[in-house]
Design a protein around this ligand. Sequence first.
Ligand SMILES: Cc1ncc(COP(=O)(O)O)c(C=O)c1O
Length: 366
Amino acid sequence: MRMVPLSAPDITDAERAAVLRVLDGPQLCMGPELHGFEAEMARYIGVEDAVAVSSGTAALHLALVALGIQAGDEVVIPSFAFVALANVVMQAGARPVFAEIDEETLNITAATVEAVITAKTRAVIVVHTFGVPAEMAKLRALCERRRLRLIEDACEALGATADGRRTGSFGDAAVFGFYPNKQITMGEGGVVTMRGADACARLRRLRNQGRAPGDGWLEQGEAGFNYRVSDINCALGRVQLSRIGEILEKRRQAAEHYLYILGGIDGVRLPVMEVPGRVISWFVYVVRIEGAGRRELVAEKLAEAGIATSRYFAPIHWTRLWRSELSLQVTERVAGEVLALPFYTRITLEEQERVGAALRRAILAV
Ligand SMILES: Cc1ncc(COP(=O)(O)O)c(C=O)c1O
């Protein structure tokens, strides 16, 4: 039986040729592909400058360090998110504080953030969950009023817009990630943006062990990291970015096909397709299987039918490292129901119909 995978990158001959050109050239790192990728990414997001790094997690860590987040600070984050968020807050020396999400968009909101602000709160990381933009105007206004730094985690939302502006252009800092399950991939890689030439220059030093331009290999002005990303990854990322329009359109069409194929199944709630004033960048297709414990049974039946699924996300405050007594009702209810179905740029209608048929059978059987 042929498996339908959960995700798959969309790589063409153009990406293969670009990577080979780097391998045949003199510079595998800190070369023209890095500079080209950064300039093209900044233009696409609609920001002055963009700094490419080795992953979305590295981008988040650099953003926190560059914004001066440190021991004693609290940073508000969603619990319904990837665990890297809590990890990097801790690695910056600060404490993550979890905010509740909105049932429809699955994002934290200005109201849920405001409810957990304390005298120690210094920053908010808002995730555009699954590519659905958060309410940026309200979050921006809240952060300005309460003098908090706003970091946009747009790792899942390249190309999404809110009020006509691309996600990643609203925050004091913004991050992207390009792991192979993302809309576009660099193999591994990420991007961090901040306003101002000085801030971006500092990010570049921190990415490269703290070295300033012109410093020798063994010189450094401050303690940085090795968060560099190779020109091989950047060459791949550049071709992928040049195809972003076509990629996002195919993913939108695949989401619409699922709406048609999966509509009307009792006990299966489909993801939001439209939010006024916002354009979704389709990262994953996550349905909700209603009814206690049914999600696990459905996932098992789908696995037997050769359909890969995943439980995005488990609440961070329930993971072993971050376990707490905190109660977040919406987060916990949503997390008990979510099931990511196979979703990728090249998914075929036939594969989607197979998923739909298997899901209908599974729902009847559990
Ligand atoms: C919202 C979010 N933030 C951060 C990351 C981390 O990115 P990376 O895996 O590139 O480190 C991810 C990756 O899946 C993510 O979805």
